[in-house]
Write a protein that binds this ligand. Structure first.
Ligand code: ZN
Length: 293
């Protein structure tokens, strides 16, 4: 919720609206505030910086965002690593476009990195090198795909909690570079697996207030809503350790209540105690996956 104040299309002052409230590296194009689970990524208005183009693909579905590193081959360190791993690490990814005339930052929205590729591009000195390109998808595109799918199969197949958890953790693992086709599908499946597990873990009882779900769905299952503890939107995929199954009242309270942040923080503690592994990140997920197999 902390980052929910940014409105898409509006412009913001980098120092006043980003650095003063959140901190983070002042000179960088990829800002990673250490105290908040968020990444602010900057792109130029013209899209042309250091010889490469950021921008939307022709179909308008994917924003191609070049990684950082002005000279030589780009590496998966610093901001590049943070963007690649942001889903597994539970970090929100917010994209801003610098306006040439005013220097203000236009908020383009919250994105999910669905794929990462390498391609040749000139560095600052005009020398060809291997550049990292992040394929960013608006988080709404994933939320829409989720909304189209009914919840009906959330406990199908007689899978037990451990099996659902294995599937969710395996799916939350962002893994290494892979072909672009299927990436969207993979993100979608990941969020479905996480939801299924979390709602099974809740077992019909709100993980926030401890009350029974207020009513049953048409299919007889208790009605609880998945809530992303560390995200603004509840829209995208996430790590099973940062998603809770909660009642609609708690959900509204967290997002709209005067004490929403405090309630959300307490919920985070509850989920931390329920989940066996606290390590954040894809490497932790991989290790956990091995332990569970
Ligand atoms: Zn509740």
């Amino acid at each position: 919720m902390t980052f929910g104040n940014f409105v898409r299309g509006r412009t913001y002052n980098r120092r006043r609206d980003l650095h003063e409230p959140y901190g983070g590296q002042r000179q960088s194009g990829i800002i990673m505030p250490s105290k908040y689970p968020v990444i602010f990524a900057m792109t130029g208005e013209s899209g042309l910086q250091h010889g490469y183009h950021d921008g939307w693909t022709a179909d308008g579905q994917v924003f191609r965002y070049f990684g950082e590193g002005q000279k030589g081959d780009m590496t998966f360190t610093g901001g590049n690593k943070a963007i690649r791993d942001h889903v597994a690490d539970g970090e929100d990814l917010l994209l801003f476009q610098k306006q040439d005339r005013t220097g203000l930052l236009r908020f383009l929205g919250e994105f999910v990195c669905e794929n990462t590729t390498r391609e040749p591009a000139p560095d600052r000195l005009g020398k060809m090198r291997s550049a990292i390109v992040f394929h960013l998808v608006p988080v709404e595109a994933i939320a829409e795909a989720e909304a189209a799918e009914p919840y009906a199969n959330q406990a199908e197949g007689g899978l037990d909690l451990a099996a659902l958890r294995r599937a969710a953790v395996a799916a939350a693992n962002t893994g290494d570079e892979e072909p672009a086709e299927g990436a969207r599908r993979r993100i979608y499946q990941r969020s479905q697996a996480v939801r299924r597990y979390v709602l099974a873990r809740a077992a019909g009882v709100c993980e926030c207030c401890g009350e029974a779900a207020p009513f049953l769905r048409l299919n007889g299952q208790p009605y609880l809503e998945p809530h992303h503890i560390r995200r603004v939107s509840d829209g995208g995929p996430d790590d099973p350790r940062y998603v809770a199954g909660i009642c609609p009242t708690c959900h509204r309270r967290i997002h709209h209540g005067v004490d929403g942040q405090a309630v959300n923080k307490r919920l985070g503690e509850i989920i931390r105690q329920k989940e066996p592994v606290q390590k954040i990140g894809s490497h932790g997920a991989r290790r956990l996956e091995r332990e569970l197999v």
